[in-house]
Design a protein around this ligand. Structure first.
Ligand code: NAD
Length: 460
């Protein structure tokens, strides 16, 4: 039944995309404004849904979901005319009087698939870019955050006809059925493992992809650093949404002689930010783990590390009933612990002590290219060296996460942490085909290279 429905909508969108591509900036802007109004009308429901799915407080929902989406909407509305305007390209010697332009044309019918961790932002963000670029969209939010996915579906149905944007709630089976369709573009946010499935499916239809994936984002603390300030930032970035953030600092390199100081500061910072009393987490500031299955995965990561000889330096209370994991600090990790192999995606922070910063860089480069890299240092030479000797989707120097909040920067990964980018113009560009258009002038010299070639050697 669902398969019939997706095929029906897909066919309808295949027809409508030709109408849509003729619409101008004003009508796309009008649609974005309608979307903004619909989101504002549903704010209470969005707050309730995010509390139900992740125990996000209203404040955190405002900061990490709603303000981000409103920001993307306003940025697109204010800049769309400029983004859509064909860009001038230089002329060539052989066609000196031609007009050369890059047109941004809609890709057509796009599939957006989203994860559960920022379930509102990560469905609406790509949707805004897709609409700005003039596309039809079939959107599949995550089944693991069902309350938010339902509100997303409601908002979309409020603003759009299905022939333009349609939302389908469902699990991996539905995603598998959607991936069989020959979309013009797929924008996927989720795990690296599923990203590979998406890219393989897309290859069958030679469909372009944007893959916003995950990975282990390292933090490197230099010797020359304001440690208390650095640790407070790391604690916030690690523990917001209980570590269920794609660009959360995954593990941290600390100079060997400052590990004890780091542990004391991290404990103090997390207590200040996330606790209501000495032993009690403040549930209004600290999200729950999304599901019992994810809760058990995180517990197993810690148990396995401890069994192999790692030390819990702090925390480690696992409250199954409320799906809450208190912040955990791990150190002295032996080789090949799972916690140092897979993306943690929870409030567990492994400390890797180092003596020589070059060895820390080698350890970073021994793993897949991460989505983010965080450097805390006052030493400009070291900062430059670390940036030049590593690769990652993005870098933040002396802060964490904030690079995601600037729509003027591309957001995305590299290789196993992602392909392509999102936000602002970069999102618009990912949902557009950059089409080369040449307007030839009456006067051109191309005939100089037409056959017969005899006597034309002088041209070369
Ligand atoms: P996931 O890959 O399990 O799921 C993402 C989407 O894929 C969901 O809609 C899901 O229904 C679908 N899916 C799941 N299994 C599938 C399959 N076998 N075939 C087809 N589709 C399938 O990811 P998740 O657990 O929802 O999210 C967590 C991951 O997402 C983390 O790795 C995190 O780093 C990453 N993430 C990345 C970004 C980013 O912007 N780069 C943002 C948020 C999350």
């Amino acid at each position: 039944m669902m398969h019939q429905k997706i095929n029906f909508v897909f066919e309808a969108q295949q027809v409508y995309k030709y109408t849509l591509r003729k619409q101008n900036a004003a009508s796309r802007m009008a649609k974005l404004k309608l979307l903004k109004e619909a989101i504002a009308r549903h704010e209470d429901e969005i707050n309730l849904a995010l509390h139900k799915d992740l125990r996000k407080s209203q404040f955190e929902t405002a900061v990490t979901e709603l303000l981000f989406v409103y920001g993307e909407l306003d940025f697109a509305i204010n800049n769309l005319r400029d983004w859509m305007r064909p860009k001038r390209a230089g002329k060539t010697l052989s066609n000196p009087f031609s007009k050369n332009r890059i047109y941004y044309e809609p890709k057509g019918v796009c599939l957006i698939m989203a994860p559960w961790n920022y379930p509102f932002q990560l469905t609406m963000g790509p949707l805004i870019s897709a609409i700005a670029a003039g596309n039809c969209v079939m959107l599949k939010p995550s089944e693991i955050s069902p309350a938010t996915s339902a509100v997303v579906g409601k908002i979309i149905a409020d603003v759009f006809e299905e022939q333009e944007v349609a939302c389908f709630e469902g699990n991996a089976d539905l995603a598998t059925a959607l991936l069989k369709l020959p979309f013009d573009h797929i924008f996927f946010t989720g795990s690296t493992a599923v990203g590979k499935i998406v890219m393989e499916a897309a290859a069958k239809n030679l469909c372009s992809v944007t893959l916003e994936l995950g990975g282990k984002s390292p933090t490197l603390i230099d010797r020359d650093v304001d440690l208390p300030k650095a640790v407070e930032k790391i604690a916030w970035g690690k523990l917001i949404n209980s570590g269920q953030t794609c660009i959360a600092p995954d593990y941290v390199f600390v100079p060997q002689e400052r590990v004890d100081e780091f542990i004391g500061l991290y404990k103090a910072a997390t207590e200040k930010l996330f606790f209501k009393s000495e032993a009690q987490i403040e549930p209004r500031a600290y999200a729950k783990i999304i599901s019992p299955k994810h809760f058990r995965r995180l517990k197993t990561l810690v148990d396995e590390a401890v069994e192999k000889g790692a030390r819990i330096n702090w925390g480690g209370t696992f409250d199954e009933k409320s799906q809450t994991i208190y912040p955990v600090l791990l150190s002295q990790l032996p080789a090949n612990t799972q916690v140092m192999e897979e993306e943690i995606f929870g409030p567990i922070l492994p400390i890797i002590s180092y003596q020589d910063i070059d060895k820390a860089i080698e350890q970073i480069n021994a793993k897949s290219k991460p989505l983010a890299l965080y450097i805390f240092s006052r030493n400009a030479k070291n900062i430059k060296k670390i940036i030049k000797s590593t690769s990652s989707g993005g870098v933040c120097v002396n802060d964490v996460l904030v690079h995601i909040a600037n729509p003027k920067l591309p957001f995305g990964g590299v290789n196993s942490s992602g392909i392509g980018s999102s936000h602002g113009f970069f999102g618009f560009r990912n949902f557009s085909h950059e089409r080369a258009v040449v307007f030839q002038s009456k006067l051109d010299f191309n005939r100089l290279v037409y056959p017969p070639y005899q006597g034309k050697e002088w041209v070369l």
